[in-house]
Design a protein. Structure first.
Length: 376
């Protein structure tokens, strides 16, 4: 066994990406620092235009983080007090937090057993007269099956908000993530496929009125200095982060291709491994592999053995949102969403990032096989 295969493997390593953009970012930072162009600087507008073009959307509004992006998107399509919003139980808590912050009530639905994306059949049973929006989540790097949502949503005045925090660059039937539904929100948290050097996010939409509302709400409800037409809050994309994001966006397609190649290597290395269920890609999807998530029994024991061997595996997410203490007031109990609850006990995210080597992946696969065999 070579030295690379004996070494530890981190869950995420951003150093390769940084090395490729470091000079460009340093030059961009120097320009911002020399001009004092810190808030709403020209780099922000440049990135917003570039990201809108990347997704194929008409408008992009940069905001402070992905959670703000979700809240602003929901508020812009009318979610408020008394409204219900349907979302999958298998997602990061920010999806539900954003509903609550907008004044609405999260209503959970189950996910499919293959890709662990929002189950359209489960959505139908969650709809009520108070439903204002449905939020499919593009999870792990692939787009949710939007076209399978109930056909009556628009007729009933129910808006569709895409949570695209994990799908930058993914497509479904040739259509880009971020362009499904009425509006989409995304996160540029450092570990995302397109990551900033801190918190950042964006809202993208084809609806210019929705975009204008998002921009207004994220600027203290102010269309002009010291004029405040609605109650908003402060959520703006930092100019320095826009510099980073523009540099990385220019390389995102290549990095996503590296992720797909790495996922194919795992598929090869782990094919036929008893006790390891490989991730599924829905027909019509081009996956960008934000995460490579397998399923194993006695997951916590397997995870512990991986970490003891220096393999930085993770779990996304160990508790379905409806069972987190923070959502206890909603009254859901165990057993309501069996697919999401079972998956939460099995899912295991393996190291995957642009620049990961085959030797590192072989190390991960070897340790995983050994860990699973010991559980047999």
């Amino acid at each position: 066994m070579g030295a690379e295969q004996r070494a530890g493997v981190p869950l995420v390593d951003l150093s390769v990406q940084h090395a490729q953009v470091a000079e460009e970012v340093a030059q961009g930072f120097a320009e911002v620092l020399s001009t004092g162009d810190f808030i709403g600087g020209k780099a922000v507008g440049a990135f917003e235009r570039a990201y809108a073009e990347f997704t194929g959307a008409r408008a992009c509004v940069g905001v402070g983080n992905g959670t703000d992006a979700l809240e602003l998107a929901m508020r812009a399509v009318g979610v408020g007090p008394g409204d219900e919003v349907v979302l999958p139980a298998n997602t990061f808590i920010a999806t539900a937090e954003a509903v609550l912050r907008a004044g609405g009530t999260p209503v959970f639905a189950d996910v499919d057993d293959d890709a662990l994306l929002l189950d359209p059949a489960s959505v139908e049973g969650a709809l009520t007269a108070r439903t204002r929006a449905v939020v499919p989540v593009d999870l792990f790097g692939q787009v949710a099956p939007f076209e399978q949502l109930p056909a009556t949503l628009a007729q009933r005045g129910i808006r569709v908000v895409e949570d695209g925090a994990q799908s930058q660059g993914a497509t479904r039937h040739g259509k880009a993530a971020g362009t499904f539904g009425d509006v989409a929100a995304t996160s540029f948290y450092p570990g995302k496929n397109l990551g900033a050097y801190g918190d950042a996010g964006a809202v993208v939409t084809d609806d210019e009125e929705v975009a204008a509302t998002v921009r207004l709400l994220g600027a203290h409800g102010s269309p002009a200095k010291y004029e405040h037409t609605v109650v908003g809050f402060n959520s703006r994309l930092d100019t320095l982060q826009a510099v980073v994001l523009s540099a990385k966006l220019a390389r995102l397609r290549g990095w996503n291709a590296e992720r797909r190649a790495a996922a194919a290597v795992y598929d090869e290395l782990l094919a036929g491994t008893e006790g390891v269920r490989l991730p599924a890609t829905l027909a019509g999807n081009e996956h960008v592999w934000h995460l490579y998530v397998v399923r194993v029994d006695r997951r916590d024991e397997v995870l512990r053995r991986l970490q003891e061997e220096g393999v930085g595996a993770g779990v996304h997410y160990p508790t379905p949102v409806h069972l987190t203490p923070a959502m206890g007031h909603l009254g859901y109990g165990p057993g309501r969403f069996p697919v999401a609850e079972r998956a939460a006990r099995q899912i295991l995210s393996l190291p995957l990032f642009p620049g990961i080597t085959r030797g590192q992946q072989e190390r991960v696969a070897d340790v995983l096989r050994q860990a699973v065999e010991r559980q047999g």
